[in-house]
Design a protein around this ligand. Structure first.
Ligand code: ATP
Ligand code: MG
Length: 649
């Protein structure tokens, strides 16, 4: 990996600046710039202060115990995540406030107040207990985005069982791998789910997946009903509704969990290889999730908060379930596709429920750009006050599009860099304090010590690139990789002693702002010039014809590596040889001749993981004619087949 990847001309030419609007600053939860210094001076004191926003059954004796690479936070403290997310709000003025506003893809909807949600969670906890689930057991959850999903997670948390959510888009094999790895004996699923008006056969996949595993109990939520045509296996399968109807209406006593007891396992997206079972514990994770809702998302009681992620990913865990609910917020949860029945579905939801905070992924924004602004313009989005992005580096042009067309130039944007492993946002603006620059996640949030270092682990000077690292432990950090502490040590702490290595490259600019360059492995070396894939992609996306681009380095006899760009064009644009020449020249002008792509390949789709991240690793394999590595996390395997034929032509 390059440590002098200082060729960020396109990104660094990005000199637009956006200060927080005065009205936003004045009302923000965090608006004293001194918070950064105070937190840096004593991070443990800062986190202890934030932890005071949760309800603890027993206070902690010690904030942090750090035996690198193993951290324990809030040692001796006892709490329960479901109690914090639901029960405590039932005892005060939020009792009858909307906790979850849910909308199904076919258009059905339900609202759960905190009190109603609490009663469902209690019933579900009674149900799980009646099925023999105990503290520490792993419960695998394979559900669509329906209310039973957060209800199941909270019921597990209430008992102290460890949930392991497997995204509903995964096929039987991927589900089986995760069941085996977590060693679960119970699976919660649905008969089927809705996606673009078609059925996703969850129960059918589940039947296939559990063969040869230790699962002996399956609970099936009847989301679709008769149409799904599923059979319940006598003695193994149970109907969710039938079981729920048998449960007592009495409160379920929340298990007092040690702060370091495991709350959940979650497998990473698998962008770079085989997914890892990331372990998160109760106290630290919840402190991180809750704090970032108040700091980065400026959550208020009046807000209607809509995060478009699926709960099958960490973004949904932290920013649909544990973060907003522990903060007593109103959360919008949507079941289906953004283009069903039409391409304005998200904007329809924003208008209908008066969404104030909207959090989505750069890949979605690039799709909206490809479709054109007319779908946004059909709706009144004037309730929006804050926007956020996560998942990949955001190209400055996508940032600007989001800012202009969705935020109407009124809403701060928080570009949040984080990972399954970090539990919550690590690098992100505080929207009432931090001036933003399109394409930069700006600076670490208070209490997080991020740096950019060279090969030896020395901090780089501003104006240089290197390895992104986190130098001190933080409450919501992963504790280990499930069943593989060795992999945990090697992957994250193997390069620099006692320092966390996320695996991303970054550039530090003259104002100490951080620009994520992408995965360390994705940096390209052309004739000795180090070029970030992100840099070339952003130059391409800035061209008016381009919707999306993925850039890789292919081995080349003369240059070492040559740049190959896979490009999707906007609707109505003709992809021809003239455009190839124009795009090559465009990149050369924007960055320099050494970044001129050797080849440009037009494709209707890019290979993405099911969490919608571009899999450059696969593109490299295709370009270099290798046998493809792990493709189980691909959203649409046919994309790879199409690309292979394109490449041969
Ligand atoms: P695996 O670790 O199995 O390869 P993954 O890294 O894709 O999968 P996630 O934890 O879902 O799994 O993704 C985290 C990664 O997403 C980060 O390491 C980073 O590369 C990217 N990322 C997330 N948010 C941002 C952001 N705001 N800016 C730039 N990159 C981001
Ligand atoms: Mg990762």
């Amino acid at each position: 990996m390059s440590v002098d990847s200082n060729r960020l001309d396109t990104l660094l030419k990005e000199n637009r600046r956006f200060a927080p609007p005065e009205a936003f600053r004045a009302q923000a939860n965090f608006n004293d710039p001194g918070i950064y210094e105070r937190a840096a001076a004593d991070p443990e004191a800062y986190w202890a202060e934030q932890a005071g926003n949760l309800s603890w059954f027993t206070p902690w004796d010690k904030v942090l115990e750090w035996n690198p690479p193993h951290a324990k936070w809030f040692v001796g403290g006892k709490l329960n995540a479901a109690y914090n997310a639901v029960d405590r709000h039932r005892q005060g003025p939020r009792k009858n406030k909307a906790a979850i506003i849910w909308e199904g893809e076919p258009g059905d909807s339900k609202v759960y107040t905190y009190d109603m949600l609490g009663r469902e969670v209690d019933k579900a906890a009674h149900m799980l207990k009646s099925l023999g689930v105990k503290k520490g057991d792993r419960v695998t959850v394979y559900l669509p985005m329906i209310p039973e999903l957060p209800i199941t997670l909270l019921a597990c948390a209430k008992i102290g069982a460890i949930h392991s959510v497997v995204f509903g888009g995964f096929a039987a094999n991927s589900l089986r791998d995760r069941i085996l790895d977590a060693d679960s004996r119970i699976l919660i699923t649905a008969d089927a789910g809705w996606r673009r008006g078609s059925l996703v056969p969850l129960k059918k996949n589940a039947d296939e997946a559990v063969e040869g595993t230790s699962v002996d109990t399956i609970v099936v939520v009847p989301r679709v009903g008769e149409k799904a045509g599923v059979q319940l296996v006598e003695g193994r399968d149970h109907d969710w509704n039938a079981l729920m109807a048998q449960q007592p209406a009495t409160p379920f006593e929340a298990e007092p969990m040690d702060a370091e007891d495991i709350l959940f396992l979650l497998y990473t997206s698998g962008t770079t290889g085989k997914p890892k079972g990331i372990v998160h514990t109760t106290g630290g994770y919840l402190v991180g999730a809750n704090t970032s809702l108040r700091s980065v998302f400026d959550i208020k009681d009046e807000d209607v908060y809509f995060c478009t992620a699926d709960i099958g990913w960490v973004t949904g865990h932290t920013y649909i379930v544990y973060g907003p609910l522990s903060a007593g917020a109103t959360v919008v949860m949507y079941e289906g596709a953004p283009d069903f029945p039409d391409r304005d579905r998200f904007w329809d939801i924003v208008e209908k429920y008066g969404v104030t905070i909207f959090y989505t992924a750069p890949t979605s924004i690039r799709t909206f750009m490809k479709w054109g602004p007319q779908y946004v313009e059909k709706h009144n989005l004037s309730t929006l006050r804050l926007l956020g992005t996560v998942g990949e580096p955001i190209n400055p042009e996508a940032w600007m599009w989001f800012h202009v067309h969705v935020g109407k130039e009124q809403c701060p944007i928080v570009d949040t860099w984080w990972q399954t492993e970090t539990g919550c946002a690590m690098i992100a603006p505080l929207p009432g304090i931090t001036e933003t620059k399109p394409g930069s996640a700006t600076r670490p949030v208070p209490g997080i010590l991020v740096d950019v270092v060279d090969e030896q682990g020395n901090s780089v000077e501003p104006g240089n690139g290197g390895y992104l690292v986190i130098k001190k432990p933080w409450p919501s950090m992963l504790r280990t990789v499930w069943g593989d502490d060795e992999r945990f040590r090697n992957t994250y702490f193997g390069k620099f002693e006692g320092i966390y290595l996320p695996g991303d490259g970054a550039h530090l600019d003259e104002d100490n702002y951080i620009w994520i360059l992408g995965r360390i492995d994705d940096v390209i070396n052309v004739s000795g010039h180090r070029i970030g894939t992100m840099e070339v992609e952003s130059a391409l996306v800035a061209h008016p014809s381009v919707a999306e681009a993925a850039v890789i380095g292919r081995s080349h006899d003369v240059k070492g590596q040559a740049i190959t760009a896979f490009v999707t064009v906007k609707e109505g644009i003709e992809a021809n040889d003239a455009l190839v020449a124009e795009l090559k020249q465009h990149v050369a002008t924007a960055i320099g001749a050494m970044a001129r792509p050797e080849e440009i390949i037009f494709t209707a789709e890019l290979p993405k993981t099911r969490s919608a991240k571009i899999m450059r690793r696969l593109l490299r394999d295709i370009a270099e004619g290798r046998v493809l590595g792990d493709t189980t996390t691909l959203a649409d395997p046919s994309v790879v087949e199409q690309l292979k034929t394109l490449y041969k032509d």
